[in-house]
Write a protein that binds this ligand. Structure first.
Ligand code: NAP
Ligand code: G3H
Length: 488
């Protein structure tokens, strides 16, 4: 047993029953920085027995936690928010090196997470039950009353992705906790060190033992075991569509939320403010080197304004700084070589099929320079695949109807943007786009985090967002009072 998150050899432990513990497997996974190949730390490869212990341990603590008044649970989240802000610099440094996130985005991820904790505490406290009179339904009467409260589900399994290991862990953990659940966190392997630091903050804030346990290890080794564990009452997953679909297939009758991949389109109509659209699209497509589910991943632009838009985008893309996140670069090395190979293969194939490079198409290892491709056609894979890198295809269309058809032909349905100065056309398109969210005159993006956030088709299942997440991880419990019956 150890009481510290990590030792002097950078060996990180898991939180289990309030203690930091090593795995009995003796197996460690090296977390290597995508920035410079340095060692970030070593995390435990946990065994199936240890997964069992992590889940079972939550059961011992759950009854007391579920009974604790919600304002007390909320107070722990407030404390965690304060601690996270205090440790922002340290955690941001880890994010920079572990997942190659540019400094501004790394700091903003941590601060946004502190805001998320506070807001979740506020909303958790303001959630109320209901009393429903029987008289509203035909044949009913006032002597019957359903008294409805929300109760926790039990143990929530939170699985987060590499690109937001802090924020997308808390977006699951905090609503689950305030709702009275316990959580087992399976962090991304690349990102585990950042996520374990977050866990330490929650522990320091005063979470009772066993209410948050962590399970590190490669998803391909322990993932199937944990998602099928009979002690899990809810799965909250963010990651690729491939893994999300697999989890949905094997998990059985366990409710779940899935936040998956996307291919968000920015539709630019002929009456759009092109400077404004170009500013937004450049920020939306290239921030964190395009490794965001909500990154703008294709442009559908009307022929009449395509040349002008491409020209304006080119200058903006060429202003993006490229290189080392420690030195303030915006475009930084991708998470690994395999991801960079995939992005490059999409670009190469598109060029062979006739797409044109406007700027970019340069690579140094896993660093892909920001790339803008014009004259991409629906025959090319890059028109449909999610690259998760700093590459943006421009597809020229003849009409808004063609843009709509191409937008909806995607297997994904996370978000879309519509840039136009005609609010009626914007609403018309918004009504017809098959996505979770349409942004009118803005880049695609998740926040603010109390908005509903969801994907349709292959982009997900269920709705996140503070209030929605609490609702998803609690259920109504109805007690029907029958007045005038024995026992009054
Ligand atoms: P990923 O490869 O699917 O991994 C996501 C998480 O699942 C990681 O913790 C991973 O662990 C784990 N995992 C892998 N195999 C598993 C299994 N069989 N059972 C259970 N868990 C398993 O995704 P990623 O590369 O980290 O993230 C990028 C993807 O996430 C993109 O497609 C992006 O669009 C999507 N994403 C979506 C949203 C959204 O809100 N819609 C937000 C962020 C990201 P290991 O790391 O150990 O493999
Ligand atoms: O990667 C997926 C995140 O949920 C996107 O959040 O739009 O704030 O970057 P963001």
């Amino acid at each position: 047993m150890f009481t510290k998150l990590c030792d002097q050899n950078k060996v990180y432990k898991n939180l289990l029953g309030g203690e930091w513990v090593e795995s009995e497997s003796g197996k460690l996974i090296e977390i290597i920085s995508p920035v410079d190949g340095s060692l970030i730390g070593r995390v435990q490869a946990m065994t199936q027995n240890e997964v069992d212990r992590a889940v079972e341990n939550t059961k011992e603590s759950l009854p007391l936690w579920a009974e604790m008044p919600v304002y007390e649970r909320a107070n722990i989240l407030y404390r965690a928010a304060d601690l996270l802000e205090e440790q922002c610099g340290e955690i941001a440094e880890i994010l920079i090196m572990e997942i190659s996130k540019d400094r501004k985005s790394a700091e903003s991820e941590v601060l946004r997470t502190a805001d998320f904790l506070r807001y979740t505490a506020d909303i958790g406290k303001s959630m109320e039950g209901q009393a429903i009179s029987g008289e509203n339904f035909p044949g009913g009467s006032r002597s019957k009353m359903s008294y409805v409260t929300r109760v926790p589900l039990g143990t929530v399994l939170a699985i987060s992705p590499f690109n937001y290991p802090v924020n997308l862990s808390v977006s699951k953990i905090a609503p689950a906790l305030v709702g009275g659940n316990a959580v087992v966190l399976k962090p991304p392997t690349q990102g585990a060190v950042s996520a374990l630091h977050l866990t330490q903050v929650l522990n320091q804030a005063g979470l009772p033992k066993g209410i948050l346990n962590t399970v590190t290890g490669r998803g391909e080794e322990i993932g199937d075991y944990i998602v099928q564990h009979p002690g899990i009452q809810f799965i909250n997953f963010t990651g690729s569509t491939r893994i999300g679909r697999h989890i949905a297939q094997i998990a059985g009758m366990v409710p779940m939320l899935l936040e998956l991949g996307g291919k968000d389109a920015a539709i630019v109509l002929e009456d759009a403010d092109l400077d404004f659209a170009a500013d937004n699209i450049a920020a939306g497509a290239y921030s964190y080197s395009g490794q965001r589910c909500t990154a703008v991943k294709r442009i559908l632009v009307l022929d009449a304004v395509a040349d002008a838009l491409v020209y304006k985008l080119k200058s903006r893309v060429e202003q993006l700084t490229v290189g080392d996140p420690r030195e303030g670069a915006i475009i930084t090395p991708l998470i690994d070589q395999k991801s960079a190979d995939f992005v490059q293969s999409l670009v190469d194939e598109a060029l062979e099929q006739g797409a044109e490079v406007v700027t970019g198409n340069r690579r140094e290892g896993n660093l892909i320079y920001p790339t803008l491709l014009d004259r991409v056609t629906p025959e090319m894979d890059i028109a449909w695949e999610e690259p998760f890198g700093p590459v943006l295809p421009v597809i020229r269309v003849h009409s808004a109807e063609e843009a709509l058809e191409l937008a909806n032909r995607s297997e994904y349905g996370l978000q879309s943007s519509v840039f136009t100065s005609d609010i009626n056309r914007a609403f018309d398109l918004a009504n017809k786009l098959e996505v979770g969210t349409v942004q009118i005159n803005n880049k695609t993006e998740r926040g603010p985090d109390h908005f509903p956030f969801l994907g349709v088709k292959s982009s997900g299942m269920g709705t996140q967002g503070v209030k929605y997440s609490i609702e998803a991880m609690t259920r109504p419990k109805a007690v029907v009072i029958n007045l005038g019956r024995p026992g009054r």
